[in-house]
Design a protein around this ligand. Structure first.
Ligand code: PLP
Length: 455
């Protein structure tokens, strides 16, 4: 294939992308027809495409641009670390200052005795490592038969073989791929809007807990090693569980020595106004937390698995064991330096406080969209919001899939300079934590106009 000698025009870039670049979650037909919009610049919550058009990014990158784009301070911290030490491996007997400081910082921010950190390259590889660590821990504890895992329908835990098998968004399960079918069990998603008819939230919560207990009885709790749960299921449609659900699930896990893995890839670093949502928002004390995304606000790729002293001690008890897991780039000094600066900015600018204050306005403005005839429910908390469009508000009947209403609303917003994410019949938003009250008004009014146009 040809490669242009001179600087390519935006049209050239788009053509090269279309000809050579396979994007994540690509729908081949529309992609081969239309190609992708080329983005070239970002500042705060705003993006500019290669043609100079400006968009407000209410998607927040992909749940990740928490401090907003284009910060010189981040560029300087990254450049400084590249100049000082661009890379050194962290395999066993060497480390670097940013990795050590970041591990200690995360231990200070994480709940309870979650004082140990293993760095990964992404959220997917953090979940993958958590899955393997469940096996390691349970085996080290003399319970090698505790290999099976419990997760939930509509969860999303990543795109490696195991993390995607732990997840189960129905649309992702295409017949062309294979998934780990044995040893992973999925429970009903705790979505009160889709509870069995006539069941209120409290009754639904009892029903979900009973389902978990029945599943454990069926498998045998002595065979179950771990439970994987996003505190709010993000990419499955911003599913906020019933009050008390996570606490009750965690208590059952504790009773049966099942490790509770909180997948906080989306909910950590301020999206819900806290460093981590597990304890602060939901009152649970997980055994492991997976995180990524907001850890660097998307400035560089980085993931982390934060786990308890208890797990470390069990794994290390023998003194002669090997933890045979990790990536070349685990503890990458530049990514860790970016994360440290990102956390410093969140602290200095009180972005957790802003997410709580402006998040409440955002939640309220979005909730008002429920007055529209097509909007069945607006759900979520603070800076994590989903609009569910339906055919019939009374019956909650779904719109025909081929209407592709989420995409039509997102395209209409895009034409008006606003990015919202389509997910089937849903539209999802996770703007940067720097969102202002004025932004809330603009996003709400634009999305409302788009929904009215499409309805
Ligand atoms: N876990 C959750 C809850 C996520 O939302 C995601 C990504 O969206 C992942 C894991 C995977 O993270 P990554 O895309 O960084 O591999």
């Amino acid at each position: 294939a040809d490669f242009p000698r001179n600087s390519p025009s935006p049209q050239d870039v788009q053509a090269m992308d279309k000809a050579h670049h396979l994007h994540p979650w690509t729908n081949f037909g529309p992609f081969e027809e239309k190609g992708a919009l080329v983005m070239s610049r970002g500042e705060g919550c705003w993006l500019w495409d290669a043609g100079g058009r400006r968009y407000f990014d209410a998607i927040g990158g992909m749940w990740c641009t928490n401090i907003g784009l284009g910060r010189r301070e981040m560029a300087e911290a990254i450049a400084d670390q590249v100049t000082r030490l661009a890379f050194s491996n962290t395999f066993v007997d060497t480390t670097n200052e940013p990795a050590a400081l970041l591990a200690a910082k995360l231990a200070s921010l994480a709940p309870g005795d979650l004082n140990r950190v293993h760095f990964t390259t992404s959220g997917s590889t953090a979940v993958d490592t958590a899955y393997r660590m469940v096996h390691y821990y349970q085996t080290a504890m003399g319970r090698p038969e505790k290999t099976q895992m419990i997760a939930r329908d509509y969860s999303y835990h990543g795109s490696t073989y195991i993390s995607q098998s732990v997840g189960k968004r129905p649309g992702d399960r295409v017949p062309f791929f294979r998934y780990q079918e044995t040893g992973i069990h999925h429970l009903t998603a705790p979505n009160p809007y889709r509870a069995p008819e006539g069941m209120d939230e409290a009754a639904f919560c009892d029903w979900l807990v009973a389902e978990f207990e029945a599943k454990l009885a069926q498998i045998g709790p002595e065979k179950v090693g771990g439970f994987f749960a996003e505190p709010i299921q993000a990419s499955g449609g911003v599913i906020v569980p019933p009050e008390g659900y996570l606490q009750r699930m965690a208590a059952i896990c504790r009773q049966h020595d099942i490790l509770f893995v909180a997948d906080e890839v989306v909910t950590a670093f301020g999206r819900l106004g806290h460093w981590f949502a597990s304890e602060a928002e939901f009152g649970i004390q997980p055994d492991m937390i997976t995180c990524a995304k907001g850890l660097t606000s998307g400035y560089l790729p980085l993931g982390a698995l934060i786990f308890s002293d208890r797990i470390w001690q069990a794994m290390a008890a023998d003194g002669a064991r090997w933890f045979t897991s990790g990536c070349t780039y685990s503890g990458h000094p530049v990514a860790c330096a970016a994360a440290l600066k990102n956390i410093e900015i969140i602290e200095r600018e009180d972005l957790l406080g802003n997410a709580t204050r402006v998040g409440a306005l955002f939640e309220a403005r979005m909730k008002a969209l429920e007055a529209l005839p097509m909007v069945g429910q607006v759900r979520g908390r603070k800076l994590m919001i989903c609009v569910e469009n339906v055919a019939d508000k009374a019956t909650r009947a779904l719109l025909p899939e081929d209407l592709d209403v989420g995409t039509r609303i997102a395209d209409t917003c895009e034409a008006m300079g606003l990015m919202v994410r389509p997910l089937g019949h849903l539209n999802v938003m996770s703007p940067p934590l720097t969102l202002t009250a004025e932004d809330v008004g603009m996003v709400g009014d634009t999305l409302e106009r788009a929904i009215r146009q499409v309805a």
